[in-house]
Ligand binder design. Sequence first.
Ligand code: ADP
Length: 478
Amino acid sequence: MKVAIVAAEMAPHAKVGGLADMIASLPPALARRGAQVCVILPGYRALLESIPTESIAGEFGLRLGTELSGFGLRSGIGDRGVPLFFIEHHDFFSRYGIYGGDYYDNLRRYIFFAKAAVKAAAQAIKPDVIHAHDWHAGAAPIVMRADPALRERLEGCISVLTIHNVAFQGRGPADYFDLLNIDRRYFSIDGAEFYGQLNLLKGGAAMADAVTTVSPTYAREICNDPALGEGLEGVLRARGDAFSGILNGVDYSLWDPATDRRIVANYTPDDPSGKRRCKEDLRARLNLPPAVRPLVGMVSRLTTQKGFDLLLDAMEGIMQLDLDLVILGSGDYWIEQGLQAAQRRHGSKLRLMTGYDENLSHGIQAACDIFLMPSRFEPCGLTQMYALKYGSAPVVRATGGLADTVAEYNPSTGSGNGFRFEPYESASLLAALAKALEVWHDAAAWSRLMRNCFAADFSSDYTACQYLELFHRVRRQS
Ligand code: ADP
């Protein structure tokens, strides 16, 4: 089976969050299962400067509304031997960064990208499946269905849209619909129209042959809970069995303390002594006292989605607990300010590192005893799965993928791999942390918990199997 993955991010060179990690890990996992996979990406500068490419197939013409534009197609090979295709367009993609914070022309850029990707697939790749990710690629399933020429060229090819975060939908004024160059009847309740506006994620979700999101619990939540569905509950419910949740997987060739080159000492479940060295090293580097109390870590975008408003509310209570807290993050300015103020008040036990730092993110996973994720909502979350692999017990709010991957530790039976809380309230967060600390003080119980963490297996191979099953099923049905 030939699968073309269309996405706006890919780790390590074009990464904003978990989407990038998945686009790096899923294709090789699909290939290991026998699929012929390629990834189509925007030709961002960072990608074209780090991966050798060659131009193929000359210049493609593409209509964007009334403009006739063109793009180049370059090909290269990714780290794991996966063929990559880059949509080259000087104005739209030859920029540093990815979304540029929020470039004013992002809607145009990604409509162009998704249309170009489908056109390139139809002419140069001829896949059986186009697997589009998030709103940036949302126009792909729309034009595959609504553009008669593309439909003909891609006969027999199915479209699957994966939603990594339903909060980002790619909405814009109604006249942006014209950039799709499809019949006006698709600006409707069954198409890309949403309360009088263009909505690429909604259009893709309504028109793709199948829709997935990145965990089973998040799939249920965004169908049933208006606070999480962001208005798309009805659209997703209406898809019935064509909408499902498939848990994202981890690329353990990058995230394994036994082999990770970004950490100061490697370790294994049988000999976790290297973890102590990682902890000592991080504590020394951050000028924190030696390990007399547990180290709690966070690596995250600084947003309310990730629970930072709750964290700030609970901060005084957290700082009363016998722990040190290390946070690596970048994101909303007001959150950064709030954390910095907390750091000034509690300089002896709180460290905030702002910015994006891949090495430090691995270092924190390896060094901490407890990994904190108090997310308001969490489509999947990869960092708690990384924490498990590094023997760091997650303390999480039981939502979305966190609920699917973290089970409450029960000291009397020895089952479970972390600590969960539900109400989005300081008291619940503090109670979960306090419970984790209590177990930490019981060395035998903690070592049992660490073994359970190490044993959790969320390999992307399993994710790939589920996607392949889905692709085969949808192809049989269409
Ligand atoms: P999301 O995609 O919602 O941001 P995930 O947990 O799925 O959350 O994935 C986040 C990814 O981004 C992980 O690989 C995490 O290590 C990484 N990450 C987040 N913030 C930073 C940061 N400041 N520096 C380095 N890596 C980060």
